[in-house]
Design a protein around this ligand. Sequence first.
Ligand SMILES: C[S@@+](CC[C@H](N)C(=O)[O-])C[C@H]1O[C@@H](n2cnc3c(N)ncnc32)[C@H](O)[C@@H]1O
Length: 258
Amino acid sequence: MTDTPKRSHGRKAVKLTVQPRDLMDPNPELAGVWTARIISLFPETFPGILGESLTGKALREGRWQLETIGLRDYGVGKHKNVDDTPAGGGAGMVLRPDVVGNAIEDAMAGARGNWPILYMSPRGKRLDQQMARNLSRCDGVTILCGRFEGVDERVLEHYGIQEVSLGDFVMTGGEIAAYALLDATVRLLPGVLGNAESIEEESFSNGMLEHPQYTRPAEWKGREIPPVLMSGHHGKVAEWRKEESERITRERRPDLLE
Ligand SMILES: C[S@@+](CC[C@H](N)C(=O)[O-])C[C@H]1O[C@@H](n2cnc3c(N)ncnc32)[C@H](O)[C@@H]1O
């Protein structure tokens, strides 16, 4: 549990040694940096895997910012309750609107420009590359991670929250979906990927799935790399990749070609 509701993770962590990753002070150097604010019952699970590799390096370099808001801090009563039984009866529990509302209002304090509030939810619009691209062009995003049976509908209506789904399946909470959304978005921010070309050529960037990839050794378990890729002929390589990309898209995702 946190002492104060909002925690920052990122750039200042590389400068201090006592509590890396858990730094609360707003960093003036990072004003204007793309920021994700996560509301979760498990804020301590962030940045998790996002603190590694390219997203982690970018976080430490201040190319994006992550703040977590612990929902339990807004709980009511002696036991800091965040949920209650569903109106009308039925199984499970529902996140209370007063609790979630207070967390959202704190999370949105100081939010600037184009800053949507998202609720990770199986009922939402399916996350895709275009959505990640759009979010990367915003100033920031606040993400509510649900638990139990979800959140009181009035909260979604009141704050104009957009629901976003990871796919047609049900998970126990929104955190893993938030991770996926953040990873897909942050890697599109300027300077996060070393090689900008990899964004241009990868799956979905041109509306198609990517061609097959190979690397050394040239032969492995009797399987060879397609000779054209070893030919050194850039024009033929590009043509082969385009054809393969079209073939795989036609076979696996004809809907993308439509
Ligand atoms: C058990 S689920 C609630 C499911 C809800 N009762 C329903 O039937 O739509 C608990 C939480 O997990 C998250 N969640 C589950 N599946 C998800 C998905 N496919 N995409 C995004 N979030 C999901 C949501 O935040 C949700 O509030």
